[in-house]
Design a protein. Structure first.
Lengths: 323, 395
């Protein structure tokens, strides 16, 4: 990205596609009602774009052509052209969409409706609601197995991970985890499911085949009150060897060995770290820090925080374009 | 609400969770909410007029929440809503006990709560969702009572921590003349000693009656306040202890010296405030407001958390047996989430629910105690209220 800012800005204003030398990083700002776009190589802010009321969950289609944003207070999902950040259309989401996950094929989209105890399944092509699945109280975390057969929803007040069959839309298992499960993430091999419990302070490692908890990972950081350790976002490297867990007001990201489930390191990031996203090459991991209004950039190989980039008000979610 | 969920499930024909399903043989956990209403004058502000469903709306939300989880556990929850006067409270309690209701949430004053607890004895677990008196957690503690409502000491300590952080250690304490006001003032005296503040003067505002709003718009109490607060020694803040809402709301902007007001007006320590947004509270406020059509009150939150404790115990033990639930709630493994940013647990020495205390002004939650600077060897929450070595409670 050796393009000068002036040229870049004018290119954006005209709606031109950007050169594909780097990936765009999209950060939803819950209180700012906008998305900050960063460049994954220069780590500079490209621009900030309005996206509707209270944007939280954010994801992108596998082909990189559609950016999905949960506009929680608009009660819908807004779909943007990731290049121009112009709104293309909206998807019906049910009330108060918070977080969602795309089927690995890019369709459908599974949305947690936090206020209505539902998971809404939406076809991203026809824009039609395919199903509404009643789940526990305050559904939030959404995960999907690598083969796309199982969708996971976590309900924050019911404290369960609900296993949903992606064909029949039926719940076939419920796993009770610690208080306030926020996030569900499979490893790429599909052999482990990680569910973070914000108030319980743990990450449950679940065997997806048996739906049994095989390990509960807890965290201890010298000088940090145990109550401040509140696991939220979870990301796993594609080889499954490293698991990153955002610890909220502990202002740390834990690094866990994907084989042994042991915590190996804590990386100091910004304040109230919640969600994270890798660049496609897994060189960097971006974290959203809601209370310091910035994004921390972690060098994944070196396990160091290389930069903090100021973004909008209360950054919530983050996704990196695949191309 | 149970009916609605069954219809929803049937309508979508996807009712097959593995653990269990809402079915005729679902096990029911029965509870009741007993609210004892004392006739009183209207509050100073019309915004504070008690709604008809005070506390009950919190119960309804808790039962919805418990039932939604119960759907996956084969458990069903119900809470009878009973209102009583001080004259009829004992009779209503008798009816509930005769029906064999094992969990009774009470919304009553200190004396009534104690009387009801003793009446229940070992026949029911009483969950106190209103009474704040420290003696109920001290010399008058009862083994069959769990306190979901925070105590006077917790509220006073929460405010004291903030005022010390703010470097406002000199307090002018103004208390009402009712026994609860005197008790609350004592809690502030204790907090001052505990955290190193100084009460430069304590003054009593006598409730002579007839001090509420008048049709003419002239408000006598308001006009008394400047003179009433005159000639106090130098102070940083005025703390009002007015449990009955007689005068405190008239203090801000009317004090003789230009000093902020805290306590029963101004910056108020509370178990809950409708302004709180952090820790998922926005969703909780939304769900409550959708159900009740009004902002939430402390009594609603305290009733909600009391019934959620029962629901959480039922989920974790996978049981609906009252004895099992009681045992688990009082065990060290019990914890419940209450949208306050950390797990809430019970103190085994007095059955008080540990909880952060919000410091709220009318429109915002200004701070939440415990303040970070106050450390504790076990739980920072135990810097609020009576800690184990201080308790006078003997079960």
């Amino acid at each position: 990205m050796k393009v000068s800012t002036a040229i870049l800005t004018s290119a954006l204003c005209l709606g031109f596609a950007l050169p594909a030398a780097a990936n765009r990083v999209f950060v939803s700002n819950e209180k700012g009602n906008d998305v900050t776009v960063l460049d994954s190589e220069t780590l500079e802010v490209i621009g900030t774009y309005p996206v509707g009321a209270r944007p939280r969950g954010i994801t992108i289609s596998p082909d990189g052509k559609e950016l999905y944003v949960c506009a929680s207070d608009d009660d819908l999902v807004r779909v943007f052209n990731p290049e121009t950040m112009e709104e293309m259309h909206t998807l019906p989401s049910g009330p108060d969409p918070e977080l969602f996950v795309l089927h690995p094929s890019g369709n459908p989209l599974y949305i947690a409706n936090e206020d209505d105890n539902l998971v809404t399944v939406v076809d991203t092509q026809t824009h039609k609601v395919l199903a509404e699945i009643p789940v526990g109280v305050e559904p939030e975390g959404m995960g999907v197995s690598p083969d796309g057969k199982v969708v996971i929803n976590t309900s924050e007040t019911t404290n369960m991970a609900h296993f949903i069959d992606s064909e029949s839309f039926e719940i076939f298992a419920n796993v009770l985890v610690d208080s306030r499960p926020r996030f569900a993430q499979f490893n790429d091999a599909g052999t482990k499911l990680y569910v973070s419990s914000e108030i319980g302070g743990t990450v449950s490692v679940i065997d997806p085949a048996t739906q049994e908890i095989t390990r509960k990972i807890s965290f201890e950081i010298p000088g940090v009150l145990p109550e401040a350790i509140q696991p939220v976002g979870v990301r796993v490297t594609s080889d499954g060897s490293k698991v990153f867990v955002a610890l909220g007001p502990a202002n740390r990201v834990a690094v866990i060995n994907g084989e042994t489930d042991e915590v190996e390191d804590y990386l100091l990031v910004g304040q109230r770290v919640w969600q994270m996203a890798f660049t496609p090459d897994e060189k960097y991991l971006f974290t959203t820090n809601g209370n310091s209004n910035d994004v921390s950039v972690i060098d994944v190989a070196a396990l160091t925080v290389v930069k903090s980039v100021p973004v909008g008000q209360q950054p919530w979610g983050v996704v990196v374009a695949p191309n | 609400m149970k009916g609605r969920i069954i219809i929803l499930l049937a309508g979508l024909s996807m009712a097959n969770p593995a653990l269990a399903q809402d079915s005729p043989d679902a096990q029911t956990v029965r509870a009741a909410v007993l609210r004892v209403d004392v006739p009183s004058l209207p509050p100073i502000s019309r915004l504070d007029a008690p709604p008809q469903d005070l506390g009950f709306a919190g119960a309804r939300l808790a039962i919805e929440d418990n039932d939604t989880t119960g759907r996956f556990m084969g458990q069903d929850f119900e809470a009878l809503e009973v209102t009583a006067t001080p004259e009829t409270a004992a009779a209503e309690m008798d009816k509930l006990l005769a029906e064999g209701i094992p969990f009774i949430v009470t919304l009553a004053d200190d004396a009534e709560t104690l009387a009801l607890a003793d009446q229940a004895g070992d026949r029911a677990l009483v969950l106190n969702a209103r009474a704040r008196g420290d003696h109920l957690r001290g010399k008058d503690c009862r083994f069959n009572v769990i306190h979901a409502a925070p105590s006077h000491a917790m509220l006073a300590d929460a405010l004291a921590q903030f005022l010390m952080w703010k470097k406002w250690p000199n307090w002018f304490l103004v208390a009402g003349s009712h026994p609860e006001d005197v008790a609350l003032a004592d809690a502030y005296r204790r907090a001052a000693t505990k955290f190193g503040a100084r009460i430069v003067e304590a003054r009593t505002y006598e409730d002579t009656g007839g001090s509420r709003r008048s049709d003419s718009g002239h408000v006598q109490v308001q006009q008394q306040m400047p003179v009433f607060t005159q000639r106090a020694p130098a102070h940083d803040v005025l703390i009002a202890a007015d449990e009955n809402g007689v005068f405190a709301d008239w203090l801000p902007y009317a004090t003789w010296d230009a000093r902020p007001v805290a306590g029963s007006a101004g910056l108020v320590p509370r178990s809950w405030a409708p302004s709180l947004e952090a820790w998922g509270a926005t969703q909780f406020q939304n769900r409550f407001e959708k159900l009740a059509g009004r902002p939430i009150r402390e009594e609603d939150y305290q009733t909600w958390i009391a019934l959620r404790m029962i629901g959480e115990a039922a989920t974790r033990t996978q049981s609906t047996d009252p004895a099992t639930l009681k045992e688990f709630m009082l065990s060290e493994n019990f914890e419940v989430a209450g949208f306050k940013g950390q797990k809430l647990t019970l103190r085994d020495w007095d059955h008080q629910l540990r909880q952060p205390i919000l410091l709220a002004t009318g429109s915002v939650t200004a701070s939440v105690s415990p303040q970070d600077q106050y450390l504790h060897q076990n739980s920072a929450l135990d810097t609020l209220g009576f800690d184990r070595p201080e308790t006078e409670c003997k079960f």
